[in-house]
Design a binder for this molecule. Structure first.
Ligand SMILES: *[C@@H]1O[C@H](CO)[C@@H](O)[C@H](O)[C@H]1NC(C)=O
Ligand SMILES: *[C@@H]1O[C@H](CO)[C@@H](O)[C@H](O)[C@H]1NC(C)=O
Ligand SMILES: *[C@@H]1O[C@H](CO)[C@@H](O)[C@H](O)[C@H]1NC(C)=O
Ligand SMILES: *[C@@H]1O[C@H](CO)[C@@H](O)[C@H](O)[C@H]1NC(C)=O
Ligand SMILES: *[C@@H]1O[C@H](CO)[C@@H](O)[C@H](O)[C@H]1NC(C)=O
Ligand SMILES: *[C@@H]1O[C@H](CO)[C@@H](O)[C@H](O)[C@H]1NC(C)=O
Ligand SMILES: CC(=O)N[C@H]1CO[C@H](CO)[C@@H](O)[C@@H]1O
Length: 182
């Protein structure tokens, strides 16, 4: 037990030391699973947002930082365990940060394959972008929250629906290789 505690403390210390050394050479961009659209239907894509820089903000000065655009009307939602969100479109192009729980996103009228579903676990890798607004997606997507615990989500719409500059990396949700840079 003592040994385990020792190892845990030192391993965690080592990991945070490595994390503290992240910079925009090691991690030039943020990659986010995005519910985008194609020809009037929702699709899943991995989008890349470049522009990580050293923060100049007091309090986090020097930390890896990325401006994610002007936003408005943020909201905080506590989704009950085992909730079925049904088929819906995004109310506005927005960032959705799952802080806890689990979200399972699928697309209607498609057979589930690795590129037509996404599992988003709350936490560090819990940020996604939803851009399938009704004017560009006929049916939208389906979100289920199969976890036994609440899923806490924060929705942050972009001001004027303006999504920051990005590149589309590939079809389907972002894989681990596109996330573990953080
Ligand atoms: C786009 O959608 C329309 C109507 O659903 C369909 O008729 C057309 O074939 C689609 N085009 C492509 C390129 O998928
Ligand atoms: C890295 O960040 C610095 C400022 O912290 C910036 O001047 C530089 O252009 C950035 N480099 C890349 C590759 O983004
Ligand atoms: C964000 O809003 C500020 C203040 O309204 C504006 O000056 C700036 O150009 C906006 N940035 C972007 C990327 O839209
Ligand atoms: C924020 O809410 C106001 C008032 O309801 C609305 O006019 C505006 O379009 C909303 N902005 C976004 C980005 O959803
Ligand atoms: C769809 O509506 C959003 C606002 O909900 C807007 O920002 C976007 O520009 C619209 N897209 C098109 C293609 O009309
Ligand atoms: C995003 O993907 C690029 C490679 O395309 C990689 O260099 C970068 O580290 C990734 N970002 C994160 C946060 O993993
Ligand atoms: C053509 C087709 O299968 N359309 C269906 C797509 O999914 C929506 C929502 O589940 C149905 O309402 C449509 O009938």
């Amino acid at each position: 037990m003592k040994m385990l505690t020792y190892l845990t403390i030192h391993l965690l210390g080592f990991i945070s030391l490595v994390a503290a050394q992240l910079n925009n050479i090691t991690t030039p961009s943020l990659n986010l699973t995005t519910i985008a659209t194609s020809n009037g239907s929702s699709v899943l894509e991995c989008w890349q947002f470049p522009g990580f820089a050293a923060s100049a903000t007091p309090g986090v000065s020097g930390a890896l930082n990325l401006f994610l655009g002007n936003t408005s009307n943020a909201s905080y939602t506590v989704i009950p365990a085992r909730f079925n969100g049904g088929v819906h479109t995004a109310p506005a192009a927005q960032l959705v940060f799952f802080a806890s729980g689990l979200a399972h996103i699928t697309l209607p009228n498609t057979t589930i394959t690795p590129t037509t579903e996404a599992w988003i676990q709350g936490g560090k890798y819990g940020l996604i972008l939803a851009a399938d607004t009704p004017n560009v997606s006929r049916y939208g997507h389906i979100t289920m929250y199969p976890s036994d615990a609440d899923t806490v989500a924060m929705q942050v719409p972009f001001a004027d629906g303006e999504v920051p500059d990005h590149e589309v990396l590939y079809a389907g949700p972002c894989g681990w290789a596109e996330m573990v840079g953080i």
